[in-house]
Design a binder for this molecule. Structure first.
Ligand code: HT7
Ligand code: ZN
Length: 872
């Protein structure tokens, strides 16, 4: 299909004043009656034909201004219903029939267990009725839901509940009205046998909001954390940005079958149950934190996404980058900003940097797409968030807040663009962000090469910073970017030096944000008494790769003494990365022993004096496979995975006593509580456990089994299970875990993933066997994600098996899943994106595999686009 291009945007030919929907809900056949009041927009000459999007709909009837139309009055295509041009206000009544139960793609109206629900973003509304399904058409909606009362006692839609009643045939009905104009992608309904918990929230201006969480009755005891998270997010947005909730009810619903994490439908946020349910027995600390983040993310969309929405889908990052930025800040306030920052940066560098270096690389604001559902990417979300964060770095807390408030007030009720967001930021701060806009249009990860020069005689310290950006598909040449570079200089004791650039009269502060705009920029600091250690890119002030010659001693000093958590982590991480890459490059040669300075630095993290165990846990972890892979060419992934494993084992041997001691100290027997301090201690304790599990001593075996058996929470139990899974003595607990949680799919997913990631030689055979497990289901994205996608993305050792069995498995599953749920198949197809960095033999196998997939008949547009991009 021809791509959709950003620059082809044209304003809509018709706007919509109101939409009144009636759903006669039935899992097999649901009838949808839609009354849409349209207003033609073009005043210059001829009105345009009235084109309404629609996909896979059975059309029952069309009435135009009260007159029933026949097939001769309109054109009905595979993706649109087209009526002749209309001159004035037009009332259109359309009746369509859809089949929710048969809808395994989980977009439009579909069934999850006994619940019926909708997912309309990005283009699901056109699978419900014929409508101008584009985000710049905003309308006021009412929705009447009619359903069997026994089967669907709860009927929910957007806005506030207005009315309800019973019908003589056992059905009941409820009407909902949403006073806020919205695009169709924010429409939602949920119907089912659900229970709820609730609380109320008083806004700053004194309005009471009912906050409700709906879920299956059995899941309700696990929803209290999400309810609390919703209230925390409401308070945070008021406090930080003065943004209040704007309806009488705020409803969150958890469902088991969902293509993504959650959806911000106006007043009715729908969640993958993975991000709504959490209790100590079934959820890990990371799960609790993810609930906080995702609930807040959806809530924050109420202003940045819903009240101010996107003009077109190319502007997706306008709402997604901003919502991610806001959820990251929120989570930072909950768990400590430094630790949160390191976790976010780590995720960005492992995933988004890889995306930006591969065949699917695209700008934060893409220029074209074939399937918009493929553009909910790491780049749009996470790099988009980094772009927003840079504005915060440039303008500070107050300037950023001013800019955000100007943007929201100026565009409230409108469909806006990324340019308009940046214009509001620029205007509120009296800044010129013309060059900054390139961050939205240029793909690829910029590289900063930093050359430091210390002149002892002149007491000056100069940083020469060169920026460049590698070519990406369709963007061979790049322009220089506007990059904020946060810096400090440390003296040999790790203290910050006052900073004065040579053209300044007096020093100002000990931390500065330098601004790069040219390909090469030089900064010279004066009055620097001794060669300093540079602390650069503090807080990861820009989404770039920075190359800087630092000695091992300098890295260790920064890791020990810098007050910037990111730089502390990065210094050690960089050191470890170099070490691991060196070992990989050395091939079969016996590796040099681990430098004592490094093992001492790691050992220091295990001591009681270490102030932040959560950060220590992050610093203790070796760089991930994907980070190392991204730094190499012609990679043999199996050998790389083996270098990682062997180094872990060596570290465990070297640090055996400190690891054991740290684990013993932190295993304090206190009952489980989820908070920043306790989860940080658990993270460090379980980091130690994971290293120790590399060793085959009776002491370690006893420790692992004891932790598994005695744990009063899933964090500790899963840590022990994961550590045991690759060992000969782990089979018993693996079986026990599977039996214990066989009725609980979300927990069983963890078990599926432990199998999927296992280093054992029969990992793939086990994955195949588990696909026959009664709880596994190919129609459930969480199950597929936990088992099949986890194997293909997170088990490099077995996925890249030299015999090609991993690739063949992926291809087989992509083709099978494509017929069930194209979005899931397309996600899985991303496992081949890394092929250009593989060794020649694997490269050839992957290319052949991609050709087979591409040549398969009936492949969905979603999967075709991913596979097509990958194989050019
Ligand atoms: N805005 C939401 C996007 C979303 C989605 C996109 C494609 C297919 C299914 C989907 N479900 C939700 C999620 C978010 O808040 O970012
Ligand atoms: Zn979002």
């Amino acid at each position: 299909p021809a791509p959709v291009r950003r620059l082809d945007y044209r304003p809509p030919a018709y706007l919509v004043e109101s939409v009144d929907l009636t759903f006669e809900l039935d899992p097999a056949r649901t009838r949808v009656t839609a009354r849409t009041v349209l207003l033609p927009q073009r005043t210059d000459g001829e009105a345009e034909p009235l084109r309404l999007d629609g996909r896979d709909l059975a059309l029952e009837s069309v009435r135009l201004n009260g007159r029933e139309l026949g097939p001769g009055d309109y054109t009905l295509g595979a993706d649109a219903l087209v009526l002749p041009p209309q001159a004035g206000r037009t009332v259109l009544d359309v009746v369509t029939v859809v089949e929710p139960k048969a809808n395994t793609a989980l977009t439009g109206l579909y069934a999850s267990g006994g619940t019926l629900l909708t997912q309309c973003e990005p283009e699901g509304f056109r699978r419900i009725t014929y409508y101008p399904d584009r985000p710049d058409v905003l309308a006021v909606y009412t929705c009447r839901l009619v359903a069997d009362e026994e089967e669907f006692p709860v009927l929910l839609s957007n806005g506030d509940r207005r009315d309800s009643g019973r019908l003589p045939d056992g059905r009941h009905w409820v009407t909902w009205a949403d006073p806020h104009p919205k695009p169709s992608y924010l429409f939602a309904l949920v119907a089912g046998r659900l229970g709820h918990i609730e609380d109320s929230y008083r806004t700053r201006s004194g309005r009471d909001v009912q906050v409700r969480v709906y879920a299956r009755e059995g899941a309700l005891p696990r929803c209290a954390h999400a309810l609390g998270a919703a209230k925390r997010a409401m308070a945070w947005d008021e406090e930080r940005f003065g943004l209040e909730y704007d309806l009488d009810t705020y409803t969150l619903v958890g469902v088991d079958d969902f293509n993504m994490g959650a959806m911000e439908n106006k007043g009715l946020n729908i969640f993958n149950s993975l991000y709504l349910e959490a209790d100590p027995e079934t959820a890990t600390d990371d799960d609790f934190a993810a609930v906080d983040t995702v609930v807040a993310h959806e809530y924050f969309h109420n202003w940045t996404g819903n009240r101010v929405t996107c003009r077109d889908m190319f502007q997706l990052s306008l709402k997604e980058g901003l919502a991610v930025y806001r959820d990251e800040r929120f989570s930072g306030d909950l768990r400590g900003p430094g630790v949160q920052r390191v976790r976010d940066v780590r995720a960005l560098r492992e995933r988004q940097f890889a995306e930006d270096a591969g065949p699917q690389a695209h700008p934060v604001r893409p220029d074209e797409y074939q399937e918009i559902s493929n553009f909910y990417t790491w780049t749009v979300y996470k790099k988009g968030s980094e772009v927003i964060r840079m504005l915060h770095t440039l303008f500070g807390e107050e300037g950023f807040r001013r800019g955000l408030r100007l943007y929201v007030s100026r565009h409230d009720g409108q469909a806006a663009t990324c340019d308009q967001f940046v214009a509001a930021m620029a205007e509120a701060n009296g800044a010129d962000l013309t060059q900054f806009m390139r961050w939205y249009g240029q793909a690829g990860t910029p590289v900063l090469d930093v050359e430091p020069v210390y002149d002892a005689a002149a007491r000056t310290y100069t940083l020469v910073v060169r920026q460049s950006c590698p070519p990406t598909p369709k963007q061979p040449a790049k322009e220089p970017l506007h990059v904020p570079l946060a810096v400090a200089l440390l003296d040999p004791d790790g203290r910050r030096v006052p900073l004065r650039l040579t053209h300044e009269d007096a020093p100002s502060g000990t931390e500065r944000v330098l601004e790069l705009r040219q390909p090469v920029t030089t900064f010279t600091f004066a009055d620097v008494p001794a060669r300093p250690v540079p602390s650069l890119l503090r807080g990861f002030s820009a989404p770039v790769r920075m190359r800087m010659p630092l000695t091992s001693e300098e890295r260790i000093l920064l890791a020990a003494h810098d007050d910037d958590p990111f730089v502390r982590w990065e210094s050690l991480h960089g050191y470890l990365t170099e070490l691991l890459l060196g070992r990989y490059r050395a091939g079969d040669a016996e590796p040099a022993p681990l430098p004592p300075a490094l093992t001492d630095a790691l050992a220091r993290l295990l001591r009681p004096e270490e102030p932040e165990p959560a950060l220590a846990a992050l610093m203790l972890e070796l760089p991930g496979f994907d980070t190392l892979f991204g730094a190499l060419d012609e990679v043999d992934p199996v050998r790389l995975a083996e270098v990682l494993r062997a180094t872990r084992e060596e570290l465990a041997r070297t640090l055996y006593e400190p690891l054991l001691e740290c684990h013993r100290r932190l295993d304090d027997g206190r009952p489980y509580v989820f908070d920043a301090e306790r989860s940080g201690r658990r993270a460090l304790k379980n980091g130690c456990l994971s290293y120790l599990a590399e060793l085959d001593t009776p002491e370690v075996a006893a420790l692992l089994h004891r932790q598994y058996e005695r744990a009063d929470n899933m964090t500790d139990r899963l840590a022990a299970l994961t550590a045991l899974a690759d060992r000969g003595d782990g089979d018993g607990v693996l079986e026990e875990f599977g039996r214990r949680w066989r009725e609980h799919p979300l927990v069983l997913d963890k078990w599926f993933t432990v199998h999927a990631r296992s280093r054992r030689p029969d990992a793939l055979a086990r994955v195949r066997r588990l696909m026959d497990h009664p709880v596994f289901s190919e129609t459930n994205p969480n199950r597929v994600g936990a088992l099949i996608i986890a194997f293909c993305f997170e088990n490099p050792l077995r996925f890249h098996a030299a015999d090609g069995s991993g690739y063949a498995f992926a291809a087989e599953q992509i083709l099978r899943l494509d017929a069930v749920n194209p979005a899931v198949a397309a996600r899985l197809a991303g496992c081949f994106n890394s092929w250009p960095s593989l060794d020649p033999s694997r490269r050839e196998t992957v290319l052949r595999t991609l050709q087979v997939i591409e040549g398969s008949e009936g492949l969905s547009p979603e999967t075709s686009e991913i596979v097509g991009n990958a194989s050019v």
